[in-house]
Design a binder for this molecule. Sequence first.
Ligand SMILES: Nc1ncnc2c1ncn2[C@@H]1O[C@H](COP(=O)(O)OP(=O)(O)O)[C@@H](O)[C@H]1O
Ligand SMILES: [Mg+2]
Length: 239
Amino acid sequence: MKTILEAIDLTKVYKVGKIEVPALKGVSLKVREGEFISIMGPSGCGKSTLLHTLGGLCQPTSGKIVIDGEEISEAKDAVRTDIRRRKIGFVFQRFNLLPTLTARGNLEIAREIHGNGKEDQKHVDQILALLGLENKVGHKPSELSGGEQQRVAIARAIINKPSILLADEPTGNLDTENSLIVLTMLQELNRKFNQTIIMITHNPEAAAVANRLIEMRDGRIVPHEHDVSWDAKEDKIYI
Ligand SMILES: Nc1ncnc2c1ncn2[C@@H]1O[C@H](COP(=O)(O)OP(=O)(O)O)[C@@H](O)[C@H]1O
Ligand SMILES: [Mg+2]
C-alpha cells in the first residue's frame, strides 16, 4: 500500500515571550493511502499541534513531513500553503463556515469559483448530495443544524479531492445523534472513496470507526506492540 504521509522525528516548541512550550517531542508516523486513523489523548498532549503541523498549518521546529511525495516541513510559507490547498482538507470542531454564504457558496469559495461554470456548480451540488445535503444547498449556516453545518464543512474539505482529510474533534460540538451521522459519513468516505482520514477525538466510540488508533501523551505517541511489528523490517520504527 502506498505511503501517503510520512513524518519523521517531529518536534514543535511554541515560544510565548521567553517561555518555551514543547508541544511535540519527537513524533514519527507513517500513514498509508486509505487508512482511517484516530488520535486520542488527554487535553494539552499535542494532538492539535500534530494535526496542524502535518497539514502544513504550522511549521515544525524540527523534523520532516512528506505528503504524497512532496516535502512540506521545510517549504516556505507560500509553497506550504500551496501544497496544503492541493493535498489537505481540514475539518474543525467549530465548523468554521462563512456565515454570510449558503452551503453551496461555502463550497464554491473553497473551489475558488469566480464565474458560474455549470460543471463546477454540478460538482459542488454532487458533493453536497453525497453528504445528504441536497435539500440544503441554499441554506446559510444559521439556517442549518450543527450536524448539517459539519457536513457542509466536510463537503468543503473534500471538494478539491485532498490526499488526506484531517479532522480535529469533528464531533466535539455535536449531540450523540449528529455525531453518529457525521462519523458514519466519514467512514463512508473512507470505505467508498478510499479517502485517507486522520481524526482527533475524545470519544472512544468515535475512535472505533477508524481502523487504527494512535494514542498520544505529553507530546509523544504511545507505542503499541501491534504497530511496531508492522514496520519491524525497516530501519526505523514507525508508529
Ligand atoms: N499557539 C500556541 N502558543 C503557545 N502554546 C501553545 C499553542 N498552541 C498549543 N500550545 C500548547 O501546546 C501544548 C499542546 O497543545 P495542543 O496541541 O492544542 O493539545 P491538544 O490538542 O492535545 O489539546 C499545550 O501545552 C498547549 O498549551
Ligand atoms: Mg486540540
